[in-house]
Design a protein around this ligand. Sequence first.
Ligand SMILES: Cc1cc2nc3c(=O)[nH]c(=O)nc-3n(C[C@H](O)[C@H](O)[C@H](O)COP(=O)(O)OP(=O)(O)OC[C@H]3O[C@@H](n4cnc5c(N)ncnc54)[C@H](O)[C@@H]3O)c2cc1C
Length: 370
Amino acid sequence: MDLRLSDDLVELSAEAQRVGREAASSAEVREDSWLIGTSRDFSLELARRGWLGMTWPVEEGGGGRTPLERTIVFEALIGEGAPVATSWFADRQIGPTLLQFGTSEQRGRWLPDIIAGTSAWCIGMSEPDAGSDVASLRTRARRDGDDWVIEGQKVWTSGAAEADWCYLVARTDPDAPPHAGLSEFVVDMRSDGIDVRPIVDVTGNAHFCEVHLEGVRIPGDCLVGTPNGSFTQIMRQMEHERGGIDRLVSNRRLYLDVVELADRDDPRVRQRVASIESTYRIGRHMILREVVGQAPPGWSAVTKTLCTEFEQRVAEFCGSVVGAEALLVNRVSRNLCYAPAYTIMGGTTLILRNIIGDRMLGLPREPVRR
Ligand SMILES: Cc1cc2nc3c(=O)[nH]c(=O)nc-3n(C[C@H](O)[C@H](O)[C@H](O)COP(=O)(O)OP(=O)(O)OC[C@H]3O[C@@H](n4cnc5c(N)ncnc54)[C@H](O)[C@@H]3O)c2cc1C
């Protein structure tokens, strides 16, 4: 076991950092760039550098590079605040899902545009009454001839207003048990019957949206994977969504900027800096364990819990460094307002702790009564 990065990887990281810094230099906000930093131009730049679909098989048009290389690149890009959001969902999870569950026709249809940086995707899972409990979602897809017709509503759909495609989960068998009647679809966001309504969050940003679907007709071959078999597919997709480097570095640049202002002669500040720096390294090791394929099943619940709680501590630290200035409108106050979202999106910490206790540690579901 050699935990050091090779010279090639160190060089790759430095290159990505330079590219990320330049791309972020004009951005007002550099935090959460994987979610709110949209730029079609930067997607093209990522594609030009071979940084989209980096790990996907060469025969599918991907770069055939290692997951470690991809992680190193995006740690540096997101850590600098580069606007990767337009291509992020597709690169992080839709592409891998299509590679695993899509037909060759579907892969040939959607992967080239993702790799070329010319398509933007959103994820339509959550609904007003179905967030943690995806099995209770009610959006319906019913067969009509060769097509599917979709009715329902999604919410918190990040990037929906800019997306070309939505990876959508809908109920296809209302008579089956809740977990067993769901299927996955690729929906063209320009289809008739789709109404996207952006939601303004507490920071004034409007990246997530309500998506209303009324009689949306899509071709039959837009169903991905097994009909009514979405639940297993979702679990796999959540591993991509939860376990990656984006969950650690959302506000890394803010921390690096603010720590320069801190009184590092003060022992209390020194202790907090030491704690943040060591937790960053622990989180990074945990992510890398998953990246190199040496983590047990369910590990992403552990990394997401540790890393997103860490990001919240970073926001608090930055607030305490700038003091009353955190009451003004600036990057620090914005991050403080936004930080509660870290432990909600992609699965709440309470749900993830349930997964850790239940599936990883084998703890009893009910407290043992004595
Ligand atoms: C910034 C942001 C971006 C998002 N982007 C997307 C997106 O692009 N696409 C998408 O589909 N969704 C998206 N979401 C939605 C996100 O996945 C949900 O918010 C999340 O899964 C929680 O669901 P919920 O909000 O309905 O809360 P609920 O599920 O209603 O939970 C409310 C509270 O109850 C707790 N709780 C619920 N069930 C249990 C249980 N069994 N045991 C213990 N505690 C429980 C939860 O931990 C939470 O504290 C986004 C959310 C945010 C904040």
